[in-house]
Design a protein around this ligand. Sequence first.
Ligand SMILES: [Zn+2]
Length: 98
Amino acid sequence: MTSQGRLVVKNAKYSEDFRPLDPKCNCYVCKNYTRAYIRHLIKANETFGIHLTSYHNLYFLINLMHQVQDAIEQDNLLEFRAAFFEEYGYNNDNGRNF
Ligand SMILES: [Zn+2]
């Protein structure tokens, strides 16, 4: 999961991608590891790769829930939802991919 949508780090196109999983994420994994390295770990069946992606995904979801909480408190949840879905790439046509 990234702010720009689902990312399957096992895909070959990430083998030389030295960006973090999500450039907008502030988690430990995104600050210290690249997509290429995490892909290498997963392809080599190193459980550390799964640990890193799990850490990032949990951080992403917890951060998202904090953002939802803030949007509810500021009474702009619908606007937040629309902006999140726009950046995430979600729409009714591809709803099953999420
Ligand atoms: Zn992250």
